[in-house]
Design a protein around this ligand. Structure first.
Ligand code: ADP
Ligand code: MG
Length: 333
């Protein structure tokens, strides 16, 4: 009986994952609006990959603004109604962190720009340049202060209530600029719990290299290439060498459209209402927490090299940032 089950399980593994023996091929799935690739090397078991794939699906179901019944969509649908929405602890904590990133970056990263982001629709089939008045009106509704978080303690922690209310009917949450970083950190938690020895996680360019790269040489680093934003399909512009950690890039070449010779990309500046123009083509952030990399890559892209906040002085010791200009050259800060 046991043997029969094993044969069945192995066959299932091959069909779903293309596994050889008990180690599967690296997995590619479409989630969080992007292509996600995970390689667990020798520890790439069916069980380990399944856990990661289920995690990604769960995060997408909770955070997507494109799914009507996600928790974030429910909060958005209740904006201005006077009612707070009961959310999971997880969603509550990520929104809380997003508000903290907004504070630290003087709103260069701003999770309350959903209305403006939808209006531009960059990367969708209804992308367009909105009128000046429309933009001015949407900018009135990008203030993160209207997002109110309340935690109500229960008899024990499992009974706590987590509530989010948007007090302005025209303000909408959009966590697109941190959710991949958040998901990456959650995958790393699984890698630790499962004693995975080494892995590469790549959620649409949001990279984490994990564990000892070489079995034989504990000092050998991982090398992560940074694309040339001016020629993303060409040779990498710089290589980041690291023991373990995350590398996240925000750039003007990822999602955009062009009209009358001008490029309109998907990272918006809530001070102007237009795609950020800070003189940069991309920003890469290197740190051991991917959510920090993701938030700060977006924020530094918006704010520029000498912008409204100093990314080296907001409490993330050891952070590295690579700013690239429109000539495809690194700018030293
Ligand atoms: P990507 O997700 O393409 O890697 P980002 O992490 O920079 O790039 O996130 C961009 C996405 O975040 C946009 O598609 C939009 O949903 C949202 N967004 C755009 N501008 C901002 C901003 N200034 N602050 C926070 N979120 C933003
Ligand atoms: Mg980001």
């Amino acid at each position: 009986m046991k043997k029969a089950f094993f044969v069945f399980a192995a066959a299932f593994c091959i069909v779903i994952f293309g596994c050889k023996k008990d180690v599967c091929e690296p997995q590619t799935i479409y989630s969080l609006g992007t292509i996600c690739v995970v390689n667990l090397y020798e520890d790439g078991t069916y069980e380990n990959y399944s856990e990661i794939i289920n995690l990604l699906k769960d995060i997408d179901n909770k955070f997507s603004v494109n799914k009507e019944d996600s928790e974030i969509s429910k909060v958005n649908q209740s904006a201005g109604s006077g009612n707070a929405v009961n959310v999971s602890k997880e969603v509550y904590e990520v929104v809380e962190q997003s508000l903290e990133f907004a504070r630290l970056t003087q709103n260069s990263f701003n999770p309350a720009m959903g209305t403006l982001i939808k209006m531009w629709g960059i990367g969708t089939d209804h992308q367009r340049i909105p009128g000046k008045e429309e933009i001015a009106e949407a900018l009135e509704h990008c203030n993160p202060r209207v997002i109110i978080l309340t935690e109500i303690p229960g008899f024990d922690e499992s009974e706590n209530l987590y509530l989010i209310e948007i007090t302005d009917s025209k303000t909408q949450l959009d966590l697109g600029a941190i959710v991949k970083g958040y998901a990456t950190d959650k995958i790393v938690e699984i890698l630790k719990a499962k004693n995975v020895r080494k892995a590469i996680v790549n959620l649409g360019g949001n990279i984490y290299v994990y564990g000892q790269k070489s079995k034989f040489n504990p000092d050998e680093n991982w090398n992560v290439g940074i694309k040339n934003p001016v020629n993303p399909d060409g040779e990498v512009i710089e290589t980041v060498s690291l023991k373990s950690g995350s590398v996240v890039t925000s750039g003007n070449y990822e999602r955009y459209f062009e009209e009358n010779g001008k490029r309109y990309h998907h990272i918006l500046d809530c001070k102007t209402g237009y795609p950020a123009e800070s003189g940069l083509a991309s920003v890469s952030v290197i740190y051991d927490k991917s959510i920090v990399c993701d938030a700060l890559a977006t924020a530094c892209y918006v704010s520029g090299v000498n912008g409204d906040f100093n990314p080296y002085e907001i409490g993330f010791d050891g952070i590295k940032i690579v700013f690239i200009d429109f000539n495809g050259k690194p700018v030293i800060k």
